[in-house]
Design a protein around this ligand. Structure first.
Ligand code: SAH
Ligand code: SF4
Length: 355
């Protein structure tokens, strides 16, 4: 049985044409799957009975299976999802004032090995397919009962951040196909301004994000110079800061509108949190339109780093703000449900190993 979730419109049209169906059926089926959230062909009432039956014999409209769902006291909801081959990833919903973002994973594990990141300790098992990336969003929507996609903006699940497990630009084609499905106006219809892709710095793919998708970009920067970045992020040896920053300029140059880049910066005590480091950052991003996101380090067992003190984080922020750079300090969300990337999955595996 072939899964229809994750196919591009073109691929879906080809399948239907082969079955002898007319092209307008693509639009109908697309709306059932992505606008109404329907996965039962027999309920797709605008399709003929014969087509419903033929579809049900050959295809499915899948969802990942929910292994764990946890609700944090701060409103964060986190799922551990399992796909057909048994592989699992995490997805998180993070509420904000009048809307919220779903944080999607793109790989099972991650090869990048950033020293402060829990996912970096997990074996890289495989890329997710476009369907599995979109499927996380659809399952999150099931969970909040937000089908059909409301035309207004009152929905909870209004934004997507590709910041879960894995490095999205190392699974570029599937990630792009998934985002195009999420943005399709006759389905889930997220605007490109409501999607942010976060990367540790795969510089040669960054400009393409502007041309292929036009979505927002976040860079996991985490260091003001190559010496520190080499220590905590191995990818920096392949794409050092000067190459990364050049790619950021190119991304901005390719967009028709002025779009700031979010620079994510996890503060690690005595590693990257000095006043001098903040000053270096100001120099580093000169000429780029950026906003910083200062993130308190979320410690995990077996990691040698410690979080910076609140005082130090505020001093660091002040230096950036004095240079007219936005530098909000992000609250750690969902602490009580292990919302830090990769933690829930590892905890579940440990539990399985013990039982
Ligand atoms: N691979 C992509 C997206 C997933 S990581 C990337 O690296 O950008 C999502 C964000 O969580 C990144 O900014 C990452 O640096 C940050 N992060 C990872 N481990 C963390 C931890 N222990 N505490 C706080 N933030 C962490
Ligand atoms: Fe991978 Fe991102 Fe974690 Fe680095 S921070 S190991 S790129 S998931």
């Amino acid at each position: 049985m072939q899964d229809l979730v994750g196919l591009s419109r073109e691929q879906l049209t080809n399948i239907l044409t082969e079955m002898g169906e007319k092209p307008f059926r693509t639009k109908q089926l697309w709306q059932w799957i992505y606008n109404k959230g329907e996965h039962d062909f027999s309920k797709m009432s605008s399709l003929s009975k014969a087509m419903q039956e033929k579809m049900a014999e050959n295809f499915i409209v899948s969802r990942p299976e929910v292994i764990v769902e946890k609700n944090s006291t701060d409103g964060t909801r986190k799922w551990l999802f399992r796909f057909a081959d048994g592989q699992q990833v995490e997805t998180v919903y993070i509420p904000e004032e009048d809307r919220g973002a779903v944080c999607l994973s793109t790989q099972v594990g991650c090869l990048m090995g950033c020293k402060f990141c829990h996912t970096g300790t997990q074996k890289m098992l495989r890329n997710l397919t476009a369907g599995e990336i979109v499927g996380q969003f659809m399952a999150a929507r099931d969970s909040y009962g937000e089908w059909p996609t409301p035309a207004n903006e009152t929905r909870f699940l209004s934004n997507v951040v590709v910041m879960g497990m894995g490095e999205p630009l190392m699974n570029y084609d599937n990630m792009v196909q998934a985002m195009r499905i999420l943005m399709d106006g006759e389905g889930i219809a997220l605007s490109k301004r409501r999607i942010t892709v976060s990367t540790c710095g795969i510089a040669d793919k960054i400009p393409d994000l502007a041309t292929d998708l036009g979505v927002k970009l976040a860079i996991s920067l985490h260091a003001p110079n190559n010496t520190i970045r080499n220590q905590i992020m191995p990818i920096n040896k392949k794409y050092p800061l000067e190459v990364l920053i050049k790619a950021c300029h190119e991304y901005q140059a390719r967009l028709p509108h002025r779009q700031y880049i979010t620079m994510e910066y996890v503060l690690l005590k005595d590693i990257n949190d000095s006043i001098q480091n903040a000053k270096e950052l100001i120099e580093l991003v000169k000429g780029l339109e950026v906003k910083f996101n200062l993130i308190p380090f979320n410690p995990w067992n077996g990691c040698a780093f410690e979080p910076s003190s609140n005082n130090q984080i505020h001093r660091f922020a002040k230096v950036l703000e004095d240079a007219y750079l936005a530098a909000p300090i992000r609250l750690s969300r969902g602490q009580d449900i292990m919302a830090a990337c990769g933690q829930l999955k590892s905890a579940m595996q440990k539990k399985d190993a013990l039982s």
